[in-house]
Design a binder for this molecule. Structure first.
Ligand code: ATP
Length: 199
């Protein structure tokens, strides 16, 4: 498995559609200060489901949409498309090539697609979590992040290890199941009240 390409459309400084093609092995992105190197990395974590504006170096989520320059009007949507080579089957999906896309409009909300089919954030997270990539998998090491790991509390360090061991997916499923259980309990209580009233 390796990242094959990344397309940015209206994402941060990339107003026009821009595709970066990668080869297996090491890729270096070089360029002058402020030319958009970190924006490429932001696009990668965004398409994999990043939810924190701060992690994307913005104040709010809409800050990822091209905000305009003196010569170009702002855009109303941002889109990032990531293509992953899956010939080794590392991702639990029956395709040799997997495309994940995320689109966001100024009025908020994100649409995800996996191989052209509408998907939920959870689907994207689950698809990526077994492979060791994806949100909170620490495959993207930002500036200053090494320091924060070295200075982490034992609980935080345990969190990092749990993520690396693939526990995160099951923790998320457990949380979802507990929320459902809670909602069901509320419904049962309401039903009992109604039954008591009817009697
Ligand atoms: P450095 O080498 O200094 O870290 P860099 O190449 O990593 O720089 P980035 O931080 O990726 O550069 O890009 C910063 C540029 O992106 C700035 O010029 C900023 O104005 C622009 N930018 C960020 N968000 C947007 C946006 N929403 N719309 C338009 N431009 C944006």
């Amino acid at each position: 498995m390796y990242l094959k390409s990344l397309t940015l459309k209206g994402f941060k400084s990339f107003a026009s559609a821009t595709t970066l093609n990668f080869e297996p092995g090491i890729t270096c992105v070089v360029g002058p200060n402020g030319s958009g190197k970190s924006n490429v990395v932001d696009a990668l974590s965004w398409v994999m489901g990043e939810q924190g504006a701060k992690s994307l170096r913005g104040g709010k989520m809409e800050d990822v949409i091209f905000a305009g320059t003196s010569g170009r009007a702002p855009l109303g949507r941002a889109e990032v498309i990531l293509t992953i080579d899956n010939t080794d089957g590392a991702l639990p999906i029956d395709y040799a090539e997997v495309t994940i896309s995320r689109t966001m409009f100024r009025n908020g909300g994100s649409d995800y697609e996996i191989n052209g089919n509408k998907a939920r954030l959870l689907d994207v997270q689950e698809l990526l979590s077994d492979s060791g990539i994806g949100r909170e998998m620490h495959v993207i090491v930002g500036q200053g992040q090494l320091d924060s790991i070295l200075q982490a509390t034992p609980e935080m360090r345990r969190g990092f290890i749990e993520e690396a061991a693939g526990v995160l997916k099951h923790r998320k499923r457990k949380e979802k199941a507990l929320r459902k259980l809670e909602a069901t309990e509320t419904n049962v209580n309401r039903l009992n009240d109604l039954v008591a009233e009817v009697r």
